[in-house]
Ligand binder design. Structure first.
Ligand code: SAH
Ligand code: SF4
Length: 378
């Protein structure tokens, strides 16, 4: 059954019109879904009961089931969700750092998944360890945002009701109309550009003023380097931001850890990125995880600087997060700082993620892997 959250406004309007419903009904349904984050048809109290019944017969309204959550409020929090078919995915909620972005800290970035597992098998990554299971539907991508916001509203009303018991006061203010999440990074489990159509549909739903209302420039798609899809994305009208998982500045180093580089080597990739750059008026970001003894040698800084300057890209250096069962480790702080300094000396705009340890900050895929292995073992 088609899920209601995979429909855009035009599609929903067409269905309702065919049922003889007045034009304003589409707006009401969308309001329930995206502003009030309704989790059931019954919640949509201003819709006539027969219409609710008809909607329920024709569409599913699936919500994600929270299996596990890691991390404390006000810090990075990882959510493990169960999908309709039992598969597990992760989302990570990252509070805005006011010092970093100059924004109020009640705004958050959400990192969302686009596939169950990943077929690209980068050697350092937990998401690909057990292979690829399936693509997420548009509604499963969209639901990650809504489910986190639903969770947050619940948490808040729990806190408020505790306070109001003390004061014996009601009603409490509704927080439903404001967006908790105003930034999206498509850096969770899966290769987003390998699920191109569902990704684009979901991002348009999340971007639409009647939907998620998140600006296209606040949405960053991270890819391991699917050159043909990057060219395709360049032709889309939206100004989505692009991050490339580079992790090696020469084919030799990159192919050793990213099998995708054999299919789309750096010449092809840089050609596609140039096409993207020509079409969009914003900077591309290179993600570069530093892995000890693999890609952290200073010999990588010159070719990296050359690529960055050619594409006018900025570089995010990220010390590797160790993954259980994988041999890779992060370099020492001195090595990371040295790599950064060398890049800066070559005129590159670069940042180094400095927050310490914190397993919870690890990239997506690890909580799922751990949980699935525990489930199998028990
Ligand atoms: N498939 C896409 C998006 C998901 S991965 C891509 O590869 O870009 C999101 C980012 O996390 C990528 O840059 C990926 O290389 C990085 N990553 C994966 N495993 C990591 C780990 N153990 N430590 C740090 N970053 C990791
Ligand atoms: Fe897939 Fe990205 Fe992980 Fe590579 S880094 S295996 S493309 S999720």
């Amino acid at each position: 059954m088609t899920d209601i959250k995979s429909l855009n406004r035009t599609e929903l309007e067409a269905h309702l019109k065919a049922w003889g419903e007045p034009a304003y009904r589409a707006g009401q349904v969308l309001d329930w879904l995206y502003k009030r984050r309704a989790a059931s048809w019954d919640a949509m109290t201003n819709l006539p009961k027969p219409l609710r019944a008809k909607l329920a017969e024709s569409f599913s309204l699936r919500v994600l089931e929270l299996v596990r959550k890691q991390g404390a409020r006000d810090t990075t929090q990882k959510f493990l969700w169960r999908l309709g078919d039992g598969a597990l995915i992760e989302s990570v909620l990252i509070p805005a750092n006011p010092a970093l972005f100059g924004e109020a800290s009640d705004r958050h970035t959400l990192c969302v998944s686009t596939q169950v597992g990943c077929a690209y098998g980068c050697k350092f990554c937990a998401s690909g360890l057990d292979g690829w299971k399936r693509n997420l539907g548009p509604e499963e991508i969209v639901e990650q945002v809504l489910a986190v916001e639903r969770w947050n509203a619940n948490e808040q009303s729990r806190v408020e009701s505790r306070e109001s018991i003390a004061e014996a006061q009601s009603p409490r203010p509704s927080t439903l109309d404001s967006r908790l999440i105003n930034n999206l990074v498509i850096m969770g489990m899966g290769e987003p550009l390998a699920n191109y159509d569902n990704l684009l549909k979901a991002l348009r739903l999340l971007n639409a003023p009647w939907g998620g209302g998140i600006g296209a420039r606040k949405i960053t798609i991270s890819t391991s380097g699917l050159a043909p899809q990057i060219r395709k994305l360049a032709l889309e009208p939206e100004q989505f931001r692009l991050a490339l998982s580079l992790h090696g500045a020469t084919d030799e180093v990159r192919a050793r850890i990213m099998p995708v580089n054999r299919k789309h080597p750096l010449v092809e990739l840089t050609g596609a990125l140039e096409a993207y750059q020509r079409r969009k008026d914003q900077l591309i970001t290179f993600e570069y995880i530093l892995i000890a003894g693999v890609n952290d040698g200073l010999d990588q800084t010159r070719p990296l600087a050359a690529l960055a300057s050619r594409l006018n890209a900025k570089v995010n250096l990220i010390p590797y997060n160790t993954v259980e069962g994988l041999p890779w480790t992060r370099p020492t702080e001195t090595v990371c700082e040295g790599f950064l300094a060398a890049l800066e000396n070559l005129g590159v705009t670069a940042t180094l993620r400095r927050e310490k340890g914190g397993d919870i900050d690890a990239a997506c895929g690890q909580l799922r892997l751990k949980t699935e292995r525990e489930l199998k073992a028990s």
